[in-house]
Write a protein that binds this ligand. Structure first.
Ligand code: 5CA
Length: 439
């Protein structure tokens, strides 16, 4: 992408109402534009990051055996009347009428829709387990939308739904998601803690939130230090094997958010030097709720004994758009965003310090082509601007590498590279510079 033809509207100052650093940086770096309270347009750079995060989530869901679908944003109120949630959901639900005076709603989640699909097709225990997921915009008319995409009204969620013959099988599905979530956050460069949670209006009796630590987080967490330090299981686990030990190893260590916190238990179970109290951002939430939806909605399957029983369900959410803010909270400095390579909107920027000078243009062009061929998705900064302004905007938007081409270096046969995360600079011949960036 040539920056002279691109749309990357950066701002010198963040609007005064942006209170937390990720919101400020998302506005300044031109990732999003607020259109209404809690409703954002995604500008080109923001959209690229959102898609990258979405893709990481997709790959890890697929790996864990979930199957992607795409559900509608608008849902029939009648489905929610079947489950009994239409009235319970309250003012957070955006209710709409169509021209035939039918009640619709903009989906805040999709347990009812997916249960309707499941019951239409799946009739036997032999077709289980199944886990269907989608990555779709949701709407919740939050009382206090704030912190930019962290608590939006319209937001992108990955929501998965598992179906099993009984509680033991459902627990296996739950465990798969539990571990897949840890892998998702690790790939995004985030340390996420699974915390026992209150299932709230989704219902059920087994639930975990996944919380990343950040001072600006809305939740307070109390956790055993060993859990905070424990890594993700990694992709090479046997997803069909017994995952219980890996989950139990984590779930037995104390971790709770404010509403579930039990100070006496915390002190009894966690030695003083391991007691971690911190603020965090909830970036995922998983639930096992058994027959809560299948019973009223009559999603029955025939068991091995020939009897029809309600299927056992769970649902599993990841805040995809919230994660864009979460990654920034975890990775930024005074100059701006520092994207982890896995989600950077562009892998590298080729900075042409003298656009229009034929020899400089030629080297910049050659670097740009080589990085494109290596799959680095480079940005070519061919803007006619001061070097300082170029560096400042590339630092702000957080491109992981800068490859700087100027007249002096070109005369000497070198370019400069800069790693955004460390600020480390090296002057090298072009070939060596390209190798350092492409690895
Ligand atoms: N049906 C379940 C699981 S699919 C569910 O809706 N869970 S949830 O309410 O916890 O939402 C899942 C995730 O979406 C949360 O962990 C959070 O990361 C994200 N999320 C929830 N509300 C918002 C919001 N207003 N703005 C941005 N992200 C949100």
């Amino acid at each position: 992408m040539r920056l002279s033809r691109y749309f990357m509207p950066t701002l010198r100052e963040a609007p005064a109402d942006a209170q937390i650093v990720s919101h400020q940086l998302m506005l300044r770096a031109g990732l999003i534009r607020q259109e209404a309270a809690g409703i954002y347009a995604w500008l080109p750079l923001g959209l690229r990051v959102l898609k990258k995060i979405e893709q990481v989530v997709r790959e890890e869901m697929d790996r864990a055996g979930a199957i992607e679908v795409l559900l509608p944003t608008l849902q029939l109120a009648d489905l929610w009347r079947e489950s009994g949630r239409y009235d319970d959901y309250g003012d957070e639900m955006l209710r709409i009428k169509d021209r035939h005076d039918r009640d619709l709603l903009y989906g805040p989640t999709a347990e009812e829709v997916i249960t309707e699909i499941f019951r239409a097709y799946v009739k036997s225990y032999k077709d289980l387990p199944k886990n269907l997921y989608n990555i779709q915009w949701k709407f919740r008319d939050e009382r206090r939308p704030r912190f930019g995409v962290m608590r939006g009204r319209e937001f992108l969620m990955k929501d998965a739904y598992s179906f099993d013959i009984d509680e033991a099988a459902a627990r296996r599905s739950y465990n798969r998601m539990f571990l897949a979530y840890l892998n998702i956050y690790a790939r995004l460069g985030l340390k996420a803690i699974p915390v026992k949670a209150d299932p709230g209006p989704i219902g059920g009796d087994l639930s975990h939130e996944f919380i990343i630590l950040a001072d600006t987080g809305e939740s307070e967490v109390f956790a055993h230090g060993d859990l905070v330090e424990m890594g993700a299981p990694g992709p090479d686990i046997d997803w069909d094997g017994d995952l219980e030990p890996m989950v139990a190893q984590r779930a037995r260590l104390y971790a709770a958010s404010d509403e579930m916190h039990d100070a006496a238990r915390f002190e009894a179970e966690v030695p003083p030097e391991k007691r971690t109290t911190a603020r965090g951002i909830e970036v995922g939430h998983i639930f096992y709720f058994g027959e809560k939806y299948s019973k009223p909605m009559k999603a029955l399957v025939t068991g091995p004994d020939g009897k029809d029983v309600p299927v056992h369900g769970g649902s599993y959410g990841v805040g995809v758009s919230r994660l864009v803010g979460g990654v920034i909270e975890a990775s930024h400095d005074e100059a701006g965003i520092i994207w982890p390579d896995a989600v950077a909107p562009f892998g590298a920027a080729v900075v042409n310090l003298r656009p229009g000078a034929a020899d400089v243009d030629a080297v910049a062009e050659q670097a740009y082509k080589a990085l494109t061929a290596a799959g680095k998705e480079p940005l070519l900064d061919d803007r006619d601007d001061r070097p300082g302004a170029k560096f400042a905007s590339l630092d702000l938007v957080g491109i992981p590498w800068q490859l700087i081409v100027g007249p002096k270096g070109v005369a000497e046969g070198t370019v400069e590279i800069k790693r955004r995360a460390t600020g480390e600079r090296q002057t090298l011949p072009l070939d060596a510079a390209l190798k350092a960036i492409t690895g």
